[in-house]
Design a protein around this ligand. Structure first.
Ligand code: SAM
Length: 247
């Protein structure tokens, strides 16, 4: 059917493309890509020959207008980002909103997403969570963002750059304490996929022992997990002090 298709692509492992994504990408009139060269590699791999057009942070609004004009004439257009689900910490949302405002059908074609993949294998609560995208790059703003997080038993999910993970973990320890349980999910679905789980202070020690930290990272934690640890240790301390006074 004519309309706008938001198509998820793999976040590393090419097998994560869906059968429906392939069929949709093959059958649209045009594929709007965050980076045409990046998407062309994927299209070549699957032998899909469909014209591409670029859209990104800096041209999303004017491009949305052009694409909506084509959609109004009955075109089928797919939106694809560099990796994962378009619109999630990626452009795509403005085009979807513009299409909806113009009365054009918008179809999700779901697939890989780094945040959800990290969450389901994190061991943290999955019933309630907040996805925050990237933390602010500036130290002061990042600290404030962490301080303002609600401290309940929901999970918080962040995307993080490898060159900033050490600083962010230091901030996290300063705000939530050394015992705060955190999960670092790195290179999901790729050859060197890795999950580090433990108190933030231990993860910092582990990561600082590495010469460099590479790859793509999702950082997760649930403040109440730390509270539980804290409660446990304060109960242990209380028991110890009671035993001392008894003895
Ligand atoms: N739209 C994408 C999605 O659905 O997950 C996210 C795009 S965002 C610009 C890129 C960030 O997502 C990376 O910096 C990293 O934090 C995270 N990410 C993407 N792929 C990843 C992977 N394979 N493993 C871990 N994190 C990943």
């Amino acid at each position: 059917a004519p309309g706008l298709y938001l198509v998820a692509t793999p976040i590393g492992n090419l097998e994560d493309i869906t059968l429906r994504a392939l069929r949709v990408l093959q059958s649209v009139d045009r594929i709007a890509c965050e980076d045409t060269r990046q998407t062309q590699k994927l299209l070549n791999h699957f032998e899909i020959r469909v014209p591409t057009v670029s859209y990104h942070m800096h041209n999303e609004a004017p491009r949305a207008e052009e694409l909506v004009a084509e959609l109004k004439q009955g075109a089928r257009i797919a939106i694809v980002s560099d990796a994962g689900t378009p619109g999630i910490a990626d452009p795509g949302g403005q085009i979807a909103a513009a299409a909806i405002a113009a009365g054009i059908p918008v179809f999700p074609v779901p697939g890989a997403n780094a945040a959800i993949s990290a969450l389901i294998a994190s061991g943290l609560p999955t019933d309630r969570f907040t996805f925050h995208g990237f933390l602010p790059a500036k130290a002061g703003q990042r600290r404030t963002a962490l301080e303002e997080l609600p401290r309940d038993n929901a999970s918080h999910i962040f995307y993080e750059a490898p060159h900033r993970i050490a600083e962010t973990l230091a901030d996290l320890e300063a705000v939530f304490g050394a015992a705060q349980h955190v999960v670092v999910a790195r290179e999901l679905t790729k050859l060197h996929e890795e999950f580090l789980r433990g108190p933030v202070s231990e993860l910092r020690t582990q990561l600082s022992a590495r010469a460099t930290i590479r790859g793509e990272i999702v950082l997760l934690f649930s403040p109440a997990t730390e509270q539980t640890a804290r409660q446990k240790s304060s109960i242990a301390a209380e028991v110890a002090s009671l035993m001392q006074t008894e003895g």
